[in-house]
Design a protein around this ligand. Structure first.
Ligand SMILES: [Zn+2]
Length: 107
C-alpha cells in the first residue's frame, strides 16, 4: 500500500504513515467520501436549479410591480386634479425595479 501523501510504501492497514505521519484513509472510507461528494454535488445542482427558478419568479414579480406602479401612477395622474397624490405609486415601481435587479444576483 502506498501513502497518498508521500507516495512511500507502507504496511497495509496502517492508520498513519510512518514516514510523514499522515492519517491513512482506508478504501472503504474513501468510497464513502466519494458518495458524500456526489451527494453535495447533487444538492448543489438542485440548489442551482431552484435558485434559477427563484431568480425567474423574482424577476417576474419585479416586472409586475414596475408595470403596476407605472399603471397606477398613470391612472392616478389622469384622475388627480391637483396633481399632487399620483407620485406615491412610483414607490411600487422603484420597489419592482429593486426586486428585478436583485434577481440577477441569484443567477
Ligand atoms: Zn506518508
Amino acid at each position: 500500500m502506498i501513502c497518498p501523501n508521500c507516495q512511500k510504501e507502507i504496511a497495509s492497514g496502517a492508520k498513519f504513515c510512518k514516514f510523514c505521519g499522515k492519517e491513512i484513509v482506508s478504501a472503504v472510507d474513501s468510497t464513502n467520501a466519494g458518495s458524500v461528494d456526489l451527494y453535495f454535488q447533487n444538492k448543489q445542482n438542485i440548489e442551482q436549479k431552484s435558485r434559477k427558478k427563484l431568480a425567474n419568479s423574482e424577476m417576474l414579480k419585479g416586472l409586475i410591480f414596475i408595470i403596476l406602479g407605472i399603471a397606477i401612477t398613470g391612472i392616478s395622474y389622469a384622475m388627480a386634479t391637483d396633481g399632487g397624490t399620483y407620485r406615491i405609486f412610483w414607490g411600487l415601481s422603484i420597489y419592482g425595479g429593486y426586486i428585478f435587479l436583485k434577481s440577477f444576483s441569484y443567477r
